[in-house]
Structures are given as structure tokens and as C-alpha cells.
Design a protein around this ligand. Sequence first.
Ligand code: HAM
Length: 415
Amino acid sequence: MFAKPPGIEDIFPDRIDRWNRIIGAAESVFRKYNYREIIIPVMEFTEVFARGLGDETDIVSKEMFTFEDRGGRSLTLRPEGTASVVRAYVENGEYNRLAACKLFYRGPMFRAERPQRGRLRQFNQIGAEFFGSQDPYYDYEIIAVADGIARGSGIKGYEILINSIGCTGDREAYIALLKKFYEGKKERLCEDCKKRLDKNAMRLLDCKNESCRDLKKEAPVITDHLCRDCAEHHDTVKSYLASNGVICRDDPFLVRGLDYYTRTTFEFVSSQLGGQNAFAAGGRYDGLVEHFGGKPTPAVGFAAGIERMYLLIEDQEISSSGIDAYIVHVGGESLRQAVELASRLRDAGFSVDMDPASKGFKAQFKKADREKSLYAVIIGEDESAAGTCTVKDLKTGEQKTVSSSECAAMLAKSQ
Ligand code: HAM
């Protein structure tokens, strides 16, 4: 027997109804906001992610599934979608000439993280990226899209955290302030943060270590040090959100673990998820298109993890749909008629199932029940001889015998 690798899941049909509720909510919200789907490749040349996300990030430095192709070039299974969408956008002359471009994507992502509840090595994201404007309206729009998907999926009791990490100038000044703040307190930092202080001081604010978290409480906050334009941008985003009923909470330490962000960052979190509490996240990344060789193009986006959203609706009742009809037969000539009838009903648009090997009525009714069938269509000895079938409503128990050719019309009338 083979086993699946750690952190990789099979998704069986019993999870699919809730799963599809998330996908359905996303498709409906994307349509309302005029986002169109892009299908991006599952792997890219490694430089796309190394340059896009930043060499020092956890994802690039320790979580990528990277291998050489037969020609010796380094390829990586996508750990996220943004870098691929930006690469595709810059590479495609038609789309990057548009004044504004709204794209969404979905599919599996791969990160070699330590598996635990809500943290997988292969997981699925749905995400959206907007290209072409610095207007704070679009930061609001992206957060409203993510919020619409969360609500449409039936997720309750979550919080939206929002921050601005400013422009490059703001960050340089803030990092200098942070370094000054941590000077003389280095011995209270964890080993990782001691190393991070020189290279990437803002990541210290993300550390889960207790002593680092305590120390952070006294640290300067970036929102007190934004330039006028960035502060104004941040205020406008928040006022659009507030006036349109999207409730957010300021988290001045929300810095995110990817290098491409500028200004707005946000996360959708739920305490029901435990340690891995974010189920959707994103932000603005005004420099990435240019960094990838495109013309300067501001952008903002988000991605949601389907498995984490699933965990939040896993306990909810959901009426899963069954099939229209289960055909019950007694073998022999009756089986031949059952196969013919199943084919005719399927051609007429009904979902139908049957078991050619099963002859007992009891066992077949049990299967009809398990498949949540609305009707049982019975071809017993009598029906078989007469060229008829008995259609039984499995909820009410009512039944009627009709000729086989009338069966489809009868099912259509009853629905
Ligand atoms: P991210 O925060 O790395 O952002 O991932 C977004 C979401 O993907 C997370 O909130 C979580 O729900 C899910 N996720 C991430 N890692 C795992 C994992 N190991 N197992 C299960 N779920 C996971 C990004 O990926 C950015 N590309 C978002 C973005 C789009 N920013 C701008 N545009």
C-alpha cells in the first residue's frame, strides 16, 4: 500500500459540497466585481519566486520545492500565485497595455512547511490581483472582495486586520528606528531575531516567540511614521471600508512575510484556527511589476486558503445534493432494461445510478438511500415482463407504475 507524502491531502466527495460552496462564493463575487480568471502554471523558473518574494523570506529560503529540469535549469513548484501572475502580466503585451486589469486565479500551491492543522505542503488558494492604479479605492475593493467571499462561504466570527507599511522611504526610516529601539535589548531576542535584526528588522514584529512578543509591545509603530501621501492613502482606504460596512481593526505590527508589499497590508483571521489563524491575506505591491521588468504599474491583491476556510465551515450543516434516481432491478432481462432506462434518463438530463451486480431489493434501496436519491425506479419481475417501471418517491413513499418510455416525463413532472 502506498501512502501520500506528509502535508498533502486527498479531498474526498464528502468534503466537496462545502468546498464548492467556497468556490461558488468566490466565482460569484469575482463576477460582481468584474475579475476574470487567469490560469497560471504550477511551476516557474526559480528566479520568479526568488526575485518576487525576496531571498530572505521564509518561503524562498526554506520552503520551496525546487528541482532541476533535464536541461539543468532550476524550477520551483509555485508557493503562491502573485509572482506568477505578475510574471504572466509583464510577459503578455496585450494585458499589460490595458489601463486596468483585474485577474483571479485558483489552484494548488506548494510550501515545504512543517505540517499541522491548517498548514499543509500542498494547499489550495483562490486569489485576485488588480493592476493599474494607486487609487485607495482598489485597496478597499480587494478587501471587500475577500470579505464577500468569506461571508458568501458562510464563515462567521472573523476579524480583518489592516496596516500600512508605507513607501520605501517610510520603511527605511522606520527600520532605522526599530534598530535603535532593539539596540541594547538584543539579549532578550530569540536566536532567529538576533540574526534578522541586521538583515530584515521588520520581521522581528512577526516573531511568535514570547520574549520577542513582549518586547514588541514597546516598539515604535510604523503608522506613526508614515509620510503624508501614505498616511492619506491609508486613511482613505479605511474610510471606504468603514462607510461600506467592512469592519477592520488596526494592527500596526502586521508586516507580512513577503518582501513585495508597499502601503496596505491586511489579514483575515479567526481564533477558531489556532496557531495558523489567517485564512486570507494580501496587500498592495506597487513596485513588483517594475521589479519584473514591466513598466511601473501599481497593484494590489489577496489570496485565501481554501483548506483553512473549509475548517471554518466544516461543522456547518449543508444540504448536500444527491442524485435524481436510483434504478432497482432483479438481474437478467430486468438488468438489460435497467441499463437502457438509465441511459435514456441520463440523456434526458437526470443524474442516475445503479448497481449491475446487486439483485436484492433491500441492498439496492440501501444504496439509493446512501446516494441521497430522490426516486427509486424499480424494474421487478412484473415490470420487466410488462415493459413498465415503478417510480417511488423516496421521501413520501408514494409510487406509480408507468411505461418505461414515460419514466423521464414522470420524473420531470414530479420535480
Ligand atoms: P500568504 O499569506 O502567504 O499570501 O497566503 C495566503 C493564504 O494562503 C493564507 O492566509 C492561508 O490561508 C493560505 N496558506 C498559506 N500557506 C498555507 C499552508 N502551508 N497551508 C494551508 N494554507 C496556507 C500569499 O500567498 C500572497 N500571494 C497573497 C497576495 C496576493 N498578496 C497580494 N496578492
